[in-house]
Design a protein around this ligand. Structure first.
Ligand code: BT5
Length: 252
């Protein structure tokens, strides 16, 4: 209760101070100076908003103190200036095809960042010259689907090489956190208004992947070659044991 009130106050203050530069029109836009996780802030703010607005609700900040990745992993930032954004899509907004949603989010993010050096790594990491520059997290609580996007703009934190949070090195893409967050939120909001189909997701995603880059399986360390994306979002790969299809969340 106390946190929700504090969040509202902060929202009011920051919405007013940044109002002059706000151009996001496809979403209900909120900017917080800092928050533990925009995933939780979006859940609180969506509850508070109720059904007074039919648009997706976007919550962004330049500093999270407890950002999270998939499966209990953490998403860190070294201080102010990186992008953390969650766009909440209330269940009334149809987001088909749902199994391909994380892949579609990857293409929207890469288009919003607009840098030809960027590529996607299955299922939806955004890489800049081999380093991870952005990560995507999709959650649902029955009321809405929450799409979280973190982008390293001001700093690329040190990523551990061992333990549950081990991963590839981080990279950064310089820019203004506020403008980048708005551009991604707008891209996601605009996409949710369009009709989408599996074929276009697969075509768009496949065009942004570096097919020459081997993938390292998180569980075994095995290197496999990506072959093609299947219609349900699984990735066909070729490894020592021949070809097989991967489901998400096995890779470093
Ligand atoms: C992700 O998880 O890549 C999803 C990250 C989503 C973050 C956004 S920020 C806005 C919203 N609010 C949140 O609380 N979360 C979302 P995963 O694929 O599980 O990758 C996590 C792993 O990436 C960690 O275990 C580290 O290895 C690495 N990592 C952590 N922080 C990083 C960073 N800033 N840059 C690059 N790699 C990072």
């Amino acid at each position: 209760m106390r946190r929700t009130h504090a969040t509202s106050l902060l929202t009011l203050i920051t919405t007013q101070t940044r109002a002059m530069t706000t151009t996001c029109r496809t979403v209900d836009w909120r900017w917080l100076e800092t928050t533990p996780s925009t995933m939780d802030a979006a859940k609180d703010l969506l509850k508070e908003r109720g059904d007074t607005d039919a648009r997706p609700l976007a919550v962004a900040t330049a500093h999270q103190t407890k950002g999270r990745g998939t499966r209990g992993r953490s998403w860190t930032d070294d201080g102010r200036g990186n992008v953390a954004l969650t766009v909440a899509f209330p269940s009334e907004i149809p987001l088909a095809p749902i199994t391909l949603l994380p892949l579609r989010v990857g293409t929207v993010v890469i288009d919003a960042l607009n840098d030809s050096r960027l590529s996607l790594k299955w299922p939806n990491d955004v890489l800049l010259e081999g380093g991870k520059v952005a990560g995507i997290l999709v959650e649902s609580d029955g009321n809405a689907i929450y799409v979280g996007v973190g982008v390293n703009v001001a700093s690329a934190p040190a990523v551990p090489s061992a333990g549950p949070d081990r991963g590839r090195r981080a990279a950064k893409i310089p820019g203004d956190a506020f403008a980048i967050a708005q551009s991604i939120a707008d891209g996601l909001g605009a996409w949710s208004q369009d009709r989408d189909d599996a074929t276009s997701v697969i075509t768009d995603w496949s065009a942004r992947v570096d097919w020459a880059a081997d993938l390292e399986l998180r569980e075994t360390g095995e290197l496999v070659k990506p072959v093609r994306l299947l219609p349900d979002g699984r990735l066909k790969v070729r490894g020592a044991g021949g070809e097989r299809a991967l489901v998400a969340d096995y890779l470093l």
